[in-house]
Design a protein around this ligand. Structure first.
Ligand SMILES: [Fe+2]
Length: 382
């Protein structure tokens, strides 16, 4: 990310910055990796440390299945119809030590504020629109958006009316653009499939100075902690730096194509610790006269592959539908369904839209994900 600023700031950092009544704003340096990662400096009306009451709201422990044979898996998440707010309504399906993956159908405004104290979150907006109020300002979202919310950011999601569906990734690390697409100054390079112009930050900084009783739920150390504040948590009058929520829309991903089949890394969009996020978008197919546009069978040694199907006819698969999730684990090969290789020959383009997450440690299945499972998927290549 690159430098942004919003609201009022003193001319220099760490000097007196006073409100109209002469009292001091409270400066907060919020950064990652100690003091060596990206950071921002925020100026609050109230001390961000002022908490009237702390308690544990609930456990966040996720139960994973055990003793299951190694197999390809398919979950129809369309069948999950429960609604709720964007945090409490999360239904986790897969996870490991590095991330949790789930879905949510948010139809309700969040009453409480929330922050993830473990790592960054990524919300892929499949359906719906709305806004997210954060301590860095308000950011609007629409379908196709990847919303990245940094660790520690206090926020709440206010969806517009109607159906909505998000794919949710909670990481234990920072989610950022691929390192190979950035130069030594952090600028996105010419061969990157997107650039800074495609990235949106908060649009408006609304400073709330009201007092009252406000709840901030913090996810950390296996629990959701409830902190009651006596001031509005979105009380920032100004901030600047490199750490803030941002959005990239999948429509702005410019596909990299070639004469023969391009490997999955050309679809890479983001990376976190031990995982990558890729975007499969509508694109022209390979143009070698003898090209096979469908992928070859592959063993993604040392990585599990999760695909979330967004739209279109996914070129190498049968039987999956929109909102399906497939998991192709490391240890066994995966690839196109019978007939799909032949069917791809001579095709000029694909309109598929999908989000892929490859993890470098095995993904485990959350126990209740089995309720959404197509148990015959493993045998669908016969
Ligand atoms: Fe693959």
């Amino acid at each position: 990310m690159y430098y942004r600023r919003m609201g009022e700031l003193p001319r220099k950092r760490h000097v007196q910055f006073r409100k109209e009544d002469g009292t001091l704003y409270r400066e907060q340096v919020m950064g990652t990796k100690g003091f060596s990662g990206t950071q921002s400096i925020l100026y609050h009306h109230h001390m961000p440390t002022a908490v009237a009451k702390a308690s544990i709201a609930s456990s966040c422990k996720v139960e994973f299945e055990e003793n299951k044979e190694l197999s390809h898996r398919h979950f129809r998440t369309k069948a999950y119809r429960e609604t709720g707010d964007a945090v409490n309504g999360r239904h986790f399906l897969l996870g490991n030590e590095d991330l949790l993956i789930g879905v949510v159908n948010p139809t309700e405004n969040m009453n409480d504020f929330y922050r993830n104290g473990n790592g960054d979150e990524m919300l892929f907006i499949h359906h719906g629109s709305g806004k997210i109020e954060t301590m860095f300002g308000t950011i609007s979202y629409r379908s196709g958006d990847y919303v990245v919310i940094p660790i520690g950011t206090i926020y709440r999601v206010l969806p517009d009316e109607g159906d909505s569906k998000f794919l949710v990734v909670e990481a234990n690390s920072q989610i950022t653009t691929p390192r190979r697409y950035r130069n030594e100054y952090g600028q996105l390079l010419e061969h990157s499939p997107f650039c800074e112009r495609d990235i949106r930050g908060p649009e408006v900084l609304k400073t709330h100075n009201e007092k009252g009783e406000f709840t901030v739920l913090t996810k950390s150390r296996g629990a959701l902690h409830k902190h009651v504040l006596q001031h509005h948590p979105l009380d920032v009058a100004g901030w600047d730096g490199y750490l803030y929520p941002w959005i990239f829309n999948i429509e702005d991903f410019e596909p990299i194509t070639g004469r023969i089949h391009q490997p999955p890394p050309v679809h890479q969009t983001f990376e976190g610790h031990n995982f990558v996020v890729c975007s499969f978008v509508p694109r022209l197919y390979d143009y070698h006269p003898e090209a096979i546009p469908a992928p070859y069978y592959h063993s993604n040694v040392n990585s599990d592959e999760m695909l979330y199907y967004v739209e279109g006819n996914f070129m190498s698969r049968k039987g999956v539908e929109e909102e399906s999730i497939t998991l192709h684990p490391s240890g066994i090969p995966h690839g196109p369904h019978p007939g799909k290789v032949e069917a791809s020959i001579g095709k000029k383009e694909t309109i598929e839209l999908a989000v892929m997450i490859d993890t470098f440690r095995p993904l485990k299945i959350v126990q209740h994900a089995q309720d959404l499972e197509d148990t015959q998927y493993m045998y669908s290549w016969i």
